[in-house]
Design a protein around this ligand. Structure first.
Ligand code: A2H
Length: 259
């Protein structure tokens, strides 16, 4: 990780349907909206979301937020305790500057099979799935899955589909096809797929090749990419990135979150 603060976009993924193991979470939320907040560095790729990842053994909580999403009801953010603490200091929770107390806590495994909104997504709703490599100490530990542009997301999706039984998921929960979001001269419009194949990455455990692929995907996408979808279609990614982010924040689909 670099020095200095990391400026994320906190994407609001509201739970629309609590999954088979999430009944207790729904009960504790007591009718309030529950919003999983995914931390992303690539807000311009949100058109291509296909799933939402959590760490199955990571601990999450529900925290009263300062957001209302247009209703009178208070909204609960679903993030790690560490992220909630950062959010409190950034004025994103109901009470500022205090160590926040969770309404309820549980592990990521309980969320698998739930459905959430995917803001800006071609797929307006996606399933929550497990990702073993989610770090509990980075971002919110909620990761939105964009297999067109993230090699990690692409290979994790393939692995989940292949070993659905092992992971205890319904294979139909894994979205099949990446959605083209941007095009680059070197890798076409499915950068992550191209790089995963080029580096012969077989599983999420191929961390060395994945790190390399990630680096290339990021650089090529940002400096050489052109948007192929959305209101900034035809613009360079370099120009579109900030505009998409600002637009999402203005529409209350996301907020700035840093750590
Ligand atoms: B990115 P950095 Cl399309 N554990 O969003 C593992 N990965 C995490 C995480 C966690 N706790 N929190 C966030 N991330 C992911 C989109 C994306 C991302 C694309 C391409 C590359 C990419 C869709 N997933 O990241 O270590 C999130 O995935 C490549 C680095 O803080 C987030 O942005 O630099 C990124 O890693 C943050 O990583």
């Amino acid at each position: 990780e670099g020095v200095g603060p990391q400026e994320y976009t906190g994407l609001k993924m509201q739970i629309t349907e609590f999954g088979p193991k999430a009944a207790h979470i729904k009960e504790k939320a007591a009718g309030k909206k529950v919003v999983m907040v995914a931390a992303t560095l690539r807000p311009e790729t949100m058109y291509g979301q296909t799933n939402c990842f959590v760490g199955p053994s990571v601990k999450y909580g529900l925290y009263a937020s300062s957001s209302t999403l247009g209703s009178k009801e208070e909204v609960l953010y679903l993030v790690t305790r560490r992220a909630a603490r950062n959010m409190a200091y950034q004025g994103l929770l109901a009470k500022e500057d205090v160590i926040p107390e969770a309404v309820y806590e549980f592990t990521g495994a309980d969320l698998i099979g739930s459905r959430v909104n995917a803001p800006n997504g071609v797929h307006p709703e996606v399933y929550v799935l497990p990702m073993e490599t989610v770090s509990a100490t980075k971002g919110t530990a909620v990761v939105t899955c964009v297999p067109s542009d993230s090699p990690d997301d692409y290979i994790t999706s393939l692995d989940l589909k292949k070993k659905a039984e092992y992971y205890g998921i319904d294979p139909s929960w894994v979205a099949l096809e990446p959605v083209p979001v941007l095009s680059t001269p070197s890798y076409g419009d499915l950068t992550a797929k191209t790089l995963v194949e080029k580096f012969r990455i077989q599983s999420p455990k191929d961390v060395k090749q994945l790190a390399e692929a990630k680096e290339l995907a990021y650089k090529e996408g940002f400096y050489q990419g052109t948007m192929v979808i959305g209101p900034f279609k035809g613009s360079k990614v370099e120009d579109a990135k900030t505009k998409v982010r600002e637009d999402m924040i203005a529409r209350d689909l996301a907020f700035a979150y840093s750590e």
